[in-house]
Design a protein around this ligand. Structure first.
Ligand code: SF4
Length: 317
C-alpha cells in the first residue's frame, strides 16, 4: 500500500521536476494517473524523438528499461532515471546478445533491422532500429532486393513481410501482452457489439490481425479513433492506451480486447505497470535508479537509432 496520498505525490513530483530541471516521459501503456503528470506521452518513436530534443538535465522515463536505455543512448549527457529497474520487457528479454550474434552469423550478408523493444547490446549489433510506427516505411526505404534480418517480434516481422514482400528472416520473439489476445473472445465481443470496429497492434498474432478493421502502432490506433466516424472500438493492444483514447474521444466507447485466460490481467503489461506515482517521486528525489550503459555499447547503438530517426524525418513520420 502506498504511504502518501496522490495529491501529495503529484505536488512533490511537480516541485522536484522544476527544482531539478527534469522532464517525465511516459509511454501510452502507462496508467492514467502517470500519463496525466507526464510532460510528454507517446509511443516509442515519439518518445525517442522527444528524448533526443529537450533541454532538461534529467529525463525520468515512466516506461520500461529499453525505453529508458534508448533515451540515454540519444542523450548520453543527461541523467536518465527509471523508477523501477525491474521494469523489463518480455519481448526484449527474448533476444539475448550471444544468441543474436549467432543468428546474425548463421544468416550472413543481411541488413539487421531490430525493433526498438530490444536491449542496448542488441541495438549495438543492428544496422537500423525501427518502431511499430515506422517499421514498414523503413523497410520500404531500402532497396527492394536487400536481404534482411528482423528481430525480435515475430508477429511484427510477419506483418512487415506481408506488407513489403522483402526477403527477411525473423527472430522468434513475442510480447506477453499481444500474443495473449483471444480471437474467440474478440469475435464474441464483436457479435455483442456489431458496430464496434476491431483495431489492433501489429504485435498481435495473425488470426487476430486477420479480423481487424485497422492495424497500427499505438499512436496510429489513437489517430484512427480520432479521425474515424465510428463510435465504438474493440482495442487489441495494452489497455493503457484507452486512457488517451477516452480523453481524445469522450463520447466514444472503447472495449479492451480480452486475453485467452480470462482470469489474468494479461492485456496489461506487468512490467510497465511496476512504475507507480510513489516510485516516480522517490526516483526524482534520490535520482536513482539511474540508467548507465557501457560507452562502447552506447556509441555502437547510437548509429542505428539515428539512422531510424533520419529516415523517419525524411518521410515526415
Ligand atoms: S507491452 Fe509487451 S512489448 Fe511492450 S513493454 Fe510490455 S512486454 Fe514489452
Amino acid at each position: 500500500m502506498e504511504k502518501y496520498s496522490s495529491e501529495y505525490l503529484i505536488s512533490e513530483i511537480t516541485r522536484l521536476k522544476k527544482l531539478k530541471n527534469a522532464i517525465i516521459l511516459a509511454h501510452y501503456y502507462q496508467t492514467g494517473d502517470i500519463q496525466d503528470i507526464a510532460d510528454f506521452v507517446g509511443d516509442s518513436l515519439a518518445l525517442s524523438q522527444k528524448a533526443a530534443s529537450n533541454t532538461a538535465d534529467i529525463i525520468l522515463f515512466a516506461g520500461v528499461k529499453f525505453m529508458a536505455e534508448t533515451a540515454k543512448i540519444l542523450s548520453p549527457e543527461k541523467k536518465v532515471l527509471l523508477p523501477d529497474i525491474n521494469a523489463g520487457c518480455s519481448l526484449a528479454n527474448s533476444c539475448k546478445a550471444e544468441d543474436f550474434k549467432k543468428f546474425i552469423s548463421d544468416n550472413p550478408g543481411r541488413t539487421v533491422i531490430t525493433y526498438v523493444n530490444t536491449t542496448a547490446d542488441i541495438k549495438a549489433l543492428s544496422d537500423i532500429i525501427c518502431t511499430s510506427s515506422n517499421a514498414v516505411q523503413i523497410v520500404e526505404s531500402l532497396p527492394p532486393d536487400e536481404k534482411l534480418i528482423f528481430a525480435p517480434d515475430r508477429n511484427l516481422g510477419n506483418y512487415i513481410l506481408n506488407k513489403t514482400g522483402s526477403d527477411m528472416v525473423i527472430w522468434n520473439g513475442t510480447c506477453h501482452v499481444h500474443e495473449e489476445f483471444s480471437l474467440e473472445a474478440i469475435l464474441r465481443l464483436k457479435k455483442e457489439n456489431p458496430d464496434a470496429k476491431i483495431i489492433v497492434h501489429p504485435e498481435c498474432e495473425l488470426p487476430v490481425r486477420l479480423v481487424a478493421d485497422f492495424i497500427g502502432s499505438t499512436s496510429a490506433l489513437l489517430e484512427f479513433t480520432k479521425k474515424d466516424h465510428g463510435n465504438s472500438y474493440i482495442v487489441g493492444t495494452e489497455v493503457g492506451i484507452i486512457h488517451q483514447m477516452k480523453k481524445e474521444n469522450p463520447s466514444k466507447n472503447f472495449i479492451p480486447a480480452p486475453p485467452k485466460d480470462s482470469t489474468c490481467g494479461c492485456s496489461e503489461c506487468s512490467f510497465i505497470k511496476l512504475v507507480t506515482l510513489e516510485k516516480i517521486y522517490k526516483c526524482l528525489l534520490n535520482e536513482e535508479p539511474e540508467i548507465l550503459i557501457e560507452e562502447d555499447i552506447l556509441i555502437k547503438a547510437q548509429r542505428p537509432i539515428r539512422r531510424m530517426m533520419e529516415i523517419s524525418e525524411k518521410l515526415g513520420l
